[in-house]
Design a protein around this ligand. Structure first.
Ligand SMILES: [Zn+2]
Length: 288
């Protein structure tokens, strides 16, 4: 999958899991700030497995340092679409986020600061902002946006970072699943990469699911960047935008003293009624 598509899927997954707005799952509810910041962190984490690739979004985020880092990751993980695209890779990334969350410093002026979480989030949000072009095409804008968000949460709401390993684990998983849906597949059980027997490699369909190199795939999206991938990503991107917008609205309403859940529920209900009415009108036969 393309970088921006991975990022959009990561943001949408966080919205589905962490928001409590209508049309979300609300399995891991967080504050409206947590929905917005987490969507960007999760989008960034959904790019992280491609840090094994010299030309990916991450490698181009802060050259030449980011390219050296990506070359090193690629060397350790056995090249592109290897270790970082496995269950072990997801576990390692989640562990790094968990460890980063425990790195705090006590300051006299600002109290306890979530330093590790702040730095990790700064990186992930900067990756997401660049992949999703949130700062236009300017690399500097993406870093400025990331710095503002990470700095704000680190200083103003350090306890907000408790969800960091969840967002990173979810984002990395979404990436691996995304690539699993393309023809190349992923080595889920890396470093164990069993190859299929010869008769399997000669059988249509079977050879696309367990590939000769050992990768597994459910190639419903076709090749990376295909029209099918685009078809899936447009509604996913709209859903992520919906989730972040409702979270911003909920945060604003709550700070103004309103019952945000009730107001938003009513707005979404009304919007649904308008869409249903428009659909009825649109499909009705013309008079005469
Ligand atoms: Zn990938």
């Amino acid at each position: 999958m393309m970088g921006a598509h991975h990022a959009a899927c990561g943001a949408a997954a966080w919205v589905a899991v962490a928001s409590t707005a209508p049309y979300t799952l609300g399995w891991y509810p967080v504050s409206p700030l947590g929905v917005v910041a987490g969507a960007l962190v999760c989008a960034g984490a959904a790019l992280a497995p491609d840090a094994d690739h010299h030309d990916a979004t991450i490698a181009n985020s802060l050259p030449p340092v980011s390219q050296w880092v990506c070359d090193a990751v690629g060397a350790v993980a056995g090249g592109h679409r290897n270790g970082t695209h496995s269950l072990l890779g997801v576990a390692v990334l989640t562990g790094v986020a968990w460890a980063a969350g425990h790195l705090t410093v006590d300051t006299e002026a600002l109290g306890e600061l979530a330093l590790g979480a702040g730095v990790l989030s700064l990186l992930l949000v900067a990756f997401a902002a660049q992949a999703l072009r949130l700062g236009g095409n300017r690399r500097l804008h993406a870093w400025a946006l990331a710095l503002a968000l990470a700095g704000f949460v680190t200083v103003a709401a350090p306890t907000e970072w408790t969800w960091l390993p969840v967002a990173v684990g979810l984002g990395a998983s979404v990436h691996v699943v995304g690539d699993l849906l393309t023809t190349g597949g992923v080595p889920l059980l890396w470093p164990w990469e069993p190859r299929p027997p010869r008769w399997w490699r000669r059988t249509p369909v079977l050879r696309d699911v367990w590939r000769s190199g050992g990768n597994v795939a459910l190639p419903v999206l076709g090749s990376a960047g295909s029209w099918r991938e685009w078809l899936m990503v447009v509604p996913v991107g709209l859903y992520a935008t919906y989730g972040v917008t409702t979270a911003v609205a909920a945060g604003t309403l709550t700070s103004l003293g309103y019952d945000a859940d009730a107001v938003l529920g009513r707005v979404v209900e009304l919007a649904g009624a308008v869409v249903a009415t428009a659909a009825v009108i649109g499909t009705a036969p013309l008079p005469g």
